[in-house]
Design a protein around this ligand. Structure first.
Ligand code: PXP
Length: 244
C-alpha cells in the first residue's frame, strides 16, 4: 500500500503571507524521509496554494511517485505534459470551494475527461479519476480508459453514527472491489485521518491512499517525518489486522 502525502496545506501557510516559507519542497524531502511513497499536490486554476514553481521543483526532488491533482483543462494538460508527473489525478474544480467537494461528474464532463485521459496517457502519465463511491462512476472510469480510480472517502470521513460510518465504508469497499474486477487500480482519499484510516486501509484491493490535512496538521506539532511515519504505521497495522 502506497501513501501519497498531499502537501497543498504547506503551500497554503506560505501563501497566507505571500512569503518564501514554508516550502513544500522541504516538506517533501522530510515526508519521504518519514516513509511517504509519493507526494501529491493540486495545482489549482487560481493558484491559491501550490504554484507552478513548486511543481517543477518537486519534479526534480521527489524520489517516489509525484501525483498531480488537476482539472481536465487544456492549461493543466499542457503543464502536466511539460512537467511529467508520474501520475495525474483528475479532479473537479470549482473556484468558490474550500477544497474538492465531490467526485468527477463523468457523464456531464465526458468529452473533456476523455480528451485529458488520452493526452496524459499518450504522454506516459498514469491517470486516475477521482470519483464518488458509485458503481456507475467506476464503470464510466473504465470506459474512459483511466488507469485507476481514486475513490472519494469524504462521505465516509464525515459520517458520524456507527450505522452511517459502516454504510459509507461499505460503499467505498464495494466500489474498490468493482474497480479491481474491471481491471482498474484502486486509490482513495479525502478526509482520512489517523482515527478513520483503518477501515479504508484494510480494504484488500486498495493500493494507494492520498492524505493531506491530517498529516500536515500533525506535522505542525511533531515534525513532518514523524507525522508521516505514524500514518504509515496506522495503515500497516490495519492491513495486518483487518477489522481491528
Ligand atoms: N484526494 C483528492 C482528490 C483531494 O482533492 C484531496 C484534497 O486536496 C485529498 C485526496 C486529500 O484530502 P485531505 O487533505 O482531506 O487528506
Amino acid at each position: 500500500m502506497r501513501l501519497g502525502v498531499n502537501l497543498d496545506h504547506v503551500a497554503t501557510v506560505r501563501q497566507a503571507r505571500r512569503a518564501a516559507e514554508p516550502d513544500p519542497a522541504a516538506a517533501a524531502v522530510l515526508a519521504e524521509l518519514g516513509g511517504a511513497d509519493g507526494i501529491t499536490v493540486h495545482l489549482r486554476e487560481d493558484r491559491r496554494h501550490i504554484q507552478d514553481r513548486d511543481l517543477r521543483l518537486l519534479r526534480d526532488i521527489v524520489r517516489g511517485r509525484l501525483n498531480l491533482e488537476m482539472a481536465a483543462t487544456p492549461e493543466m494538460i499542457d503543464i502536466a505534459l511539460n512537467v511529467k508527473p508520474d501520475q495525474a489525478t483528475l479532479v473537479p474544480e470549482r473556484r468558490e470551494e474550500v477544497t474538492t467537494e465531490g467526485g468527477l461528474d463523468l457523464a456531464a464532463d465526458q468529452a473533456s475527461i476523455k480528451r485529458a485521459v488520452s493526452a496524459l496517457r499518450h504522454g506516459g502519465i498514469f491517470v486516475a479519476l477521482f470519483i464518488d463511491p458509485e458503481p456507475e462512476s467506476v464503470k464510466s472510469a473504465r470506459k474512459l480508459e483511466a488507469d485507476a480510480v481514486e475513490i472519494h472517502t469524504g462521505m465516509y470521513a464525515n459520517a458520524r453514527s456507527e450505522t452511517s460510518i459502516s454504510r459509507e465504508g461499505e460503499r467505498v469497499a464495494h466500489a474498490a472491489r468493482l474497480a479491481a474486477r474491471l481491471g482498474l487500480h484502486v486509490h482513495a482519499g479525502h478526509g482520512l485521518t489517523y482515527a478513520n484510516v483503518g477501515a479504508v486501509a484494510a480494504i484488500p484491493e486498495m493500493e494507494e491512499l492520498n492524505i493531506g490535512h491530517a498529516i500536515v496538521s500533525r506535522a505542525l506539532f511533531t515534525g513532518m517525518a514523524r507525522a508521516v511515519r505514524e500514518m504509515k504505521e496506522r495503515i500497516a497495522s490495519a492491513r495486518s489486522r483487518p477489522g481491528a
